[in-house]
Design a protein around this ligand. Sequence first.
Ligand code: FAD
Length: 319
Amino acid sequence: MTHGTDVVVVGAGVSGLTCAVRLAEAGLRVLVRSADSPLTTTSCAAGAIWGPHLVAHDRAESWALASLGVFRELAADPVATGVRMTWGVEAGQDVPRPGPGAEGVRLCAAVELPPGYTSGWEYRVPLIDMTRYLDYLTYRLLNKNGEIQISRVDDLPALGPLVVNCTGLGARELVPGDPIRPVRGDLLVLDNPGIDTFFVEHDEDDGDGLTTYVLPQGDRVMLGGSRFAGEWSDEDPQIRQDILDRCARAEPLLAGSRVREHRVGLRPVRDRVRIGPDDRYPHVIHNYGHGGGGVTLSWGCADEVLALTGAGAHTTRRG
Ligand SMILES: Cc1cc2nc3c(=O)[nH]c(=O)nc-3n(C[C@H](O)[C@H](O)[C@H](O)COP(=O)(O)OP(=O)(O)OC[C@H]3O[C@@H](n4cnc5c(N)ncnc54)[C@H](O)[C@@H]3O)c2cc1C
């Protein structure tokens, strides 16, 4: 532990940075240790749209709603934060009405939907440009005298009197025997031909396969997606072409847009998000395994971590 640090947060993805900001703004002196810089984490590969997906916990909805409140505030300054309240359509066959949190929900008429879809809802939720957003969180942390060190950690309990573990899939090495597992996701970044609403295909299946979503982010548009259990992280030209074809069927404006990037990320999927003190080392608080919803749950989980630390009980608060 660096002299003058109250808490070490391990991980600089969305979970780690959000916890670090919450803790620093509560008056703790925070050091973030991370093997990767924020912009090379899985978090940076996300689309990212608010809505829990491939994530399991009985409190997931309340964490998502807590985050939604924060994202709505951040959307007041989209240029600084990368968060933008965005209208769009979720479509499929017999799509259930969206749950709490979606704003302005309206049932779409069949003629408003792309070919092949028979039911859909229009609503508004936050879309988050992760490159900009992770930069914004970093700035907010540094502004509260938090520190970020890019260095790998091998032993969590040894890091100090208070440690928060936000290592996503990295928990496999740090918490031996943990059931966390990777689920691959592909995302293509294209020049935006003028799309300003999102499209997501309703998808209740958790098995392997492709789905379709189109998320506008200013002059870029994010196309997805895929879900394949396993470690395989190379770019696959067939997956790329399939995603392009599916998205262009849903949004014909995309045909011919230049592909800028093909991102592959491994979602940290677990039977249940792990949040709480370690059984053996209670000074280590875990916060990992957010699957396909880590951005969506981030502020709710950070509030939970803050409460678990007793904010200040272990520490010398800055005056
Ligand atoms: C293609 C794709 C699309 C997605 N879309 C969405 C979406 O629309 N909405 C949504 O809410 N979520 C989405 N997700 C899911 C979301 O990205 C993840 O749930 C989230 O990024 C998990 O964040 P994290 O901070 O827990 O983990 P990560 O972002 O993986 O960060 C883990 C951190 O821990 C560090 N670390 C690991 N091991 C060690 C170690 N031994 N020592 C030091 N540091 C270590 C890493 O360097 C990294 O900084 C998507 C994911 C993918 C792949």
